[in-house]
Design a protein around this ligand. Structure first.
Ligand code: CA
Length: 523
């Protein structure tokens, strides 16, 4: 194309890529032929974060439940998903469940313990690992432990942070959202870092630690593969902790090490991934204790690059490499849990200007990178959502006639979002793109078990890297710009995936990547 020649003339520096000769014909989206799945266990493949309330309703009350979720397992299998993160599903007075009132029972809106067990069995039958959201920084104010603790004479008093006289405590301390940490009652003040109705558990109390381990054992015995750990760096915190003998991160790390050791004594392969929503250096500390931390800020950084169409100096791949190195320095086996956005954040497609090509590009990048990707339910449809939180967690769009559609909340954002039943029949849809990539990842050792190595080049429109596992190497190229780019190559290779785009071509010397197009080449 004339336009591309002109552009290339402006970018005379040739891409210095490894020797490569392309053997397959162009435009061969081979991913769909990868029906075989090689990724296995709870630490490989691709996870799917599910808000049960919004996913699939089996009994017509408009609220998602475990029978509905079990009924939709074929969808997740077809998508290529190998693991599920369930947002909180224990008894709770709130719709979101992040304040638990009974750690040993299922939220009544979601069904019974038998329903949960049947769901776990169904997931297991399909080779899908399930991890539960475990919230132990705090309970619900409705939890019987907290209710008992209101009495200064109760043995449960010390299970929470209570002070009668405020000695050694800053009663005026504020935390998230500017809320006061300390809440006054008739029998004293208690700490609630996130919200007054979420009183903080006191993990200095050995009985509390033992009880949390009992809870973990209870659910591991039910067959769950591990936990997504909430609020990891906040268990001990200046705002609620009187003792200041150690730094808080040391005390948090000590607790999570004790917890992880316990979980591994029950299931050596259990998977623990933590929410450590802090600086990169601070989050890396925690992989000394747990398997993985979420790569907060990756999604927005990637979205900014894609919207700008610029990746000077291969900056994105190089920055990812820095993160992998940071984690590996603490723990060589650490897993980077990569994601675009989650249940607490504006859905990623907003940052991508609600553009499907940008969304496909973001998916192509993170689903071909080192680590463990987490897809937030509905992301694969391009579902929109922004604050308040309820509007980030709206019903999955199965399509108008689907009997499992949940209706507990009407989304103000998704009136024009194309639902599942339409997208699944369209090979060019965002959903089909996700399906190809996730299945490709599950079938490709270099992708699900590989290590990322940036491949330096001088074209500021391209993100490029290799993924290398002991048995396989793939080269991944993304043209994030709005203009066609030509990449010069030598050597041999087989195209495993290419974004469905007009204008892609490859020969033995070069590859033409249309705007917003990605290619994965096995070497
Ligand atoms: Ca229901």
């Amino acid at each position: 194309m004339k336009k591309s020649r002109k552009l290339f003339a402006l970018l005379p520096a040739k891409l210095l890529l490894v020797l490569l000769l392309l053997l397959l014909p162009a435009c061969s989206p081979a991913a769909d032929s990868n029906s075989g799945r090689l990724a296995e266990g709870a630490k490989q493949g691709t996870y799917y974060e599910i808000f049960v309330r919004s996913f699939a309703d089996s009994d017509g009350d408009g609220i998602g439940d475990f029978i509905g979720l079990a009924s939709k397992m074929d969808y997740l299998v077809d998508l290529g998903i190998t693991g599920i993160w369930l947002m909180p599903c224990f008894a709770s007075p709130t719709y979101h469940g992040y304040d638990i009132s009974d750690y040993y029972s299922i939220h009544p809106d979601y069904g019974t313990m038998e329903d949960f067990e049947a769901f776990i069995a169904e997931a297991d039958k399909h080779g899908i690992a399930v991890i539960l959201d475990l919230v132990v920084n705090h309970t619900s104010s409705q939890h019987p432990w907290f209710q008992a603790s209101r009495d200064p004479e109760s043995p449960y008093r010390d299970w929470y942070y209570w002070t009668e006289d405020g000695e050694g405590v800053n009663l005026r301390a504020t935390a998230f959202g500017g809320n006061r940490v300390w809440n006054e009652t008739g029998t004293g003040h208690y700490a609630g870092l996130f919200w007054g109705e979420m009183p903080d558990l006191n993990l200095d109390n050995p009985d509390v630690r033992e009880e949390i381990k009992n809870i973990a054992a209870f659910w591991l015995d039910k067959g769950v593969a591990g936990f997504r750990l909430d609020a990891v760096p906040h268990i001990f915190d200046a705002a609620k902790t009187i003792s200041n003998e150690q730094s808080f991160s040391e005390r948090n790390l000590e607790w999570w090490t004790e917890f992880a050791d316990f979980c591994r004594s029950i299931d050596p392969d259990c998977f623990l991934v933590g929410e450590v929503w802090t600086s990169p250096a601070a989050r890396a500390e925690y992989v000394a204790a747990i398997d993985s931390v979420f790569h907060f800020d990756m999604g927005e950084t990637l979205a900014r690059s894609i919207v700008a169409g610029v990746n000077n100096g291969n900056a994105f791949a190089n920055n990812m490499k820095l993160e992998y190195d940071r984690l590996a320095e603490v723990n060589p086996d650490a897993i980077n849990s990569i994601f675009l956005s989650n249940h607490d954040q504006t859905r990623i497609i907003t940052a991508l200007r609600n553009d499907i090509d940008n969304m496909k590009m973001a998916a192509s990048v993170y689903l071909t990178m080192q680590g463990l990707p987490f897809v937030y339910y509905g992301e694969e449809l391009g579902m929109l959502g922004g604050k308040p939180d309820e509007n980030i967690r709206t019903p999955f769009l199965w399509g108008g006639d689907d009997p499992y559609l949940t209706t507990w909340r009407e989304s103000p954002h998704n009136k024009n979002t194309i639902p599942y039943d339409v997208q699944i029949a369209d090979p060019d849809s965002l959903l089909s793109h996700y399906r190809s990539l996730i299945r490709l990842r599950a079938a490709t050792p270099a992708l699900f078990a590989g290590v990322l190595e940036p491949v330096e080049q001088e074209n500021g429109a391209i993100i490029s890297y290799k993924m290398i596992s002991p048995e396989q190497t793939v080269l991944v190229l993304h043209n994030i710009s709005e203009a066609e780019q030509t990449v010069y190559l030598n050597g041999e290779g087989k195209i495993l995936f290419v974004t469905k785009k007009e204008g892609f071509s490859a020969n033995k010397d070069s590859i033409v990547l249309p705007a917003k197009c990605s290619v994965v080449i096995e070497q």
